[in-house]
Design a binder for this molecule. Structure first.
Ligand code: LLP
Length: 434
C-alpha cells in the first residue's frame, strides 16, 4: 500500500484516492486535468495547530500570519481570515488579493526586499498592520511617503540573526550572506533601529527574522529567538526603547516523502516560547507579542495535483518515462530544487507501487520533470495520477511557459468540491497582448 502522507488522504471502497473525502477520479472527470485540489479542512487544521499552540504555550499573545507566497487566492484569504489569522503579503498582487477578499488588513504584514513606492503607498492606504522594512533606503522612502500621506505606519525591521539553518549542524557564527534584512554582527541592525525610532512618521513595533524554509530541526528556531531577544535587550539598554513585537518568520518543515520526519507543528511554539520566556526573565524584558509566518506547513499537505498520463515510454535498461499533461508550468520545484514528491495512481491508490518511473511534463525542456525514480503503480495512457503535498509553492510559482494554460484550483470541504480558481483559457493567454 502506498504511503499517503497525511490523514486527509484516503482510499475509498472502489480503491480510488480520496482527498478530504472527495473521490479524485470524480474531481478529474468534473474539472479536468491538470488540477490542483486543496482540502479546506487540512488548511484549517494546520492553521489551528499554530494558533492553538500560541494559546496553549504563550497565553494567546501572538498572531499567525499565513505566508501567502506559499499559495493564495481570494478563497484562501477568506479561509485564513475566518480562522482569525493574519497574512504575510509580499507584493501589490498579494495585497490586492487580500483587499479584494475583504481580509482584515490590520492583520497583514507587508514584506519584500525591494518594495516600490506604489506598493508602500497602497499598503498605507489600505491600513496594513505592519510593514517589515528591509533596508535603509526603504525606511527613508517609507518615512517620506507616510509624511506626505499624513500617516504613521507601524514597522518592523527585518534582521539577519546570523543563523544558517540549512547546514547539517546549523551555524550560529558569522553573517549569513543574504539579500534580506539588516545584519546584526556589523551593527547595521542597531543603526537601523536608531534611525527608525528617530523617524516621526513610522512607529517601530517589532523586529523580524526568518531563517529559512523546510527546516526539520527546532533548535535553529530556538537559537534565533534567543539572538533576537538579546538584541531587543541591547536596544532597551542602550537606546531606552523596548521593542514590543517579535516576528519569528516561517520555515517549518513538512513531510513530502514517506521517509521525511518533521517535528509536529505544535512542538515548535512549545519550545520557542520556553526560550522567549527564559530570555525575557534573564533580561528583565516584558514578553513580546509574537508573530509567526508559516506558509508551506499550512498549505503543502492540503494540496495534491491530478494529471492525466499521456505517453508511456520505456527505454530498456535506462528508465520509463510517464508523460503527464502538466509539468514545470504547474510545479517548477523539481527543475528548480530537485524537490521530491510521492505519486500514486488515483484509481489504484491502495495497491502496492511496483514500478519506479520518471514523471515528465509536457514542456519543451528536458529538465521538465515532476521527479525521477518515483515509486508508482503500473500506469499507462489515460490513467489519472496524483502527486501529493503540492499545496505550497506549486500554484503560486506556476507559469505560462510554452503558453501552457494554468490549471484550475478546486477546494474540497468534507467531500464537497467547489471551484477556487478557474482554469485558464486560450483567451487568458492573449489577454494582455496588443
Ligand atoms: N516569512 C518570510 C519572510 C519568508 O521569506 C518566507 C518564505 C516565509 C515566511 C514562509 O516560509 P515557509 O513557512 O513557507 O517555509 N519557493 C521555495 C520556498 C521559498 C520560501 C521563501 N520565503 C520552495 O518552493 O521551496
Amino acid at each position: 500500500m502506498a504511503e499517503l502522507l497525511t490523514e486527509n488522504l484516503g482510499v475509498n471502497a472502489e480503491g480510488h484516492l480520496t482527498i478530504g473525502g472527495a473521490d479524485t477520479l470524480s474531481l478529474a472527470a468534473e474539472y479536468g486535468t491538470p488540477l490542483y485540489v486543496m482540502d479546506e479542512q487540512e488548511i484549517r487544521k494546520n492553521l489551528r495547530r499554530f494558533h492553538e499552540s500560541i494559546d496553549k504555550h504563550y497565553g494567546g499573545r501572538g498572531l499567525v500570519c499565513y505566508a501567502g507566497k506559499a499559495f493564495t487566492c481570494l478563497e484562501m484569504c477568506r479561509i485564513v481570515a475566518s480562522e482569525g489569522d493574519g497574512l504575510d503579503a509580499v507584493s501589490m498582487g498579494e495585497l490586492y488579493t487580500a483587499v479584494k477578499a475583504g481580509f482584515p488588513m490590520e492583520k497583514v504584514g507587508f514584506h519584500g526586499n525591494n518594495k516600490t513606492d506604489e506598493e508602500l503607498h497602497y499598503a498605507i492606504e489600505h491600513g496594513v498592520g505592519h510593514i517589515i522594512v528591509d533596508n535603509l533606503s526603504e525606511l527613508r522612502r517609507l518615512e517620506a511617503i507616510a509624511a506626505e500621506m499624513g500617516a504613521v505606519p507601524h514597522i518592523m525591521l527585518r534582521i539577519k540573526p546570523g543563523i544558517d539553518a540549512h547546514t547539517h549542524q546549523f551555524i550560529m557564527t558569522g553573517q549569513i550572506d543574504s539579500k534580506f534584512g539588516f545584519a546584526l554582527e556589523t551593527g547595521e541592525a542597531f543603526e537601523a533601529v536608531k534611525e527608525s525610532i528617530s523617524c516621526e512618521n513610522v512607529k517601530l513595533v517589532g523586529v523580524h527574522c526568518h531563517i529559512g524554509s523546510q527546516i526539520f530541526d527546532i533548535s535553529p528556531f530556538e537559537a534565533a529567538a534567543g539572538v533576537m531577544l538579546d538584541f531587543i535587550a541591547k536596544v532597551r539598554d542602550e537606546l531606552g526603547y523596548e521593542i514590543p513585537g517579535l516576528n519569528l518568520g516561517g520555515g517549518f518543515g513538512i513531510k513530502y516523502l514517506s521517509t521525511d520526519d518533521p517535528k509536529p507543528l505544535e512542538a515548535y511554539m512549545e519550545r520557542v516560547s520556553a526560550v522567549v520566556k527564559e530570555k525575557c526573565s534573564e533580561h528583565g524584558l516584558a514578553q513580546p507579542y509574537i508573530y509567526l509566518e508559516p506558509g508551506r506547513s499550512v498549505a503543502a499537505s492540503a494540496g495534491i495535483t491530478l494529471y492525466t498520463v499521456g505517453a508511456r515510454k520505456e527505454i530498456p535498461g535506462i528508465r520509463t518515462y510517464i508523460s503527464v499533461d502538466g509539468g514545470m508550468t504547474d510545479n517548477p520545484r523539481y527543475i528548480l530544487y530537485q524537490s521530491e514528491y510521492e505519486a500514486v495512481a488515483a484509481a489504484r491508490a491502495g495497491e502496492e507501487r511496483t514500478e519506479k518511473v520518471t514523471i515528465a511534463g509536457r514542456c519543451c525542456e528536458s529538465g521538465d520533470l515532476i521527479g525521477e525514480n518515483m515509486p508508482i503503480q503500473h500506469v499507462d495512457s489515460g490513467d489519472i495520477i496524483a502527486v501529493l503535498a503540492t499545496g505550497a509553492y506549486n500554484y503560486s510559482m506556476s507559469s505560462n511557459y510554452n503558453r501552457v494554460m494554468k490549471p484550475a484550483v478546486v477546494f474540497v470541504n468534507n467531500a464537497e468540491a467547489r471551484l477556487g480558481v478557474r482554469r485558464e483559457t486560450p483567451e487568458d493567454i492573449i489577454r494582455n497582448d496588443v
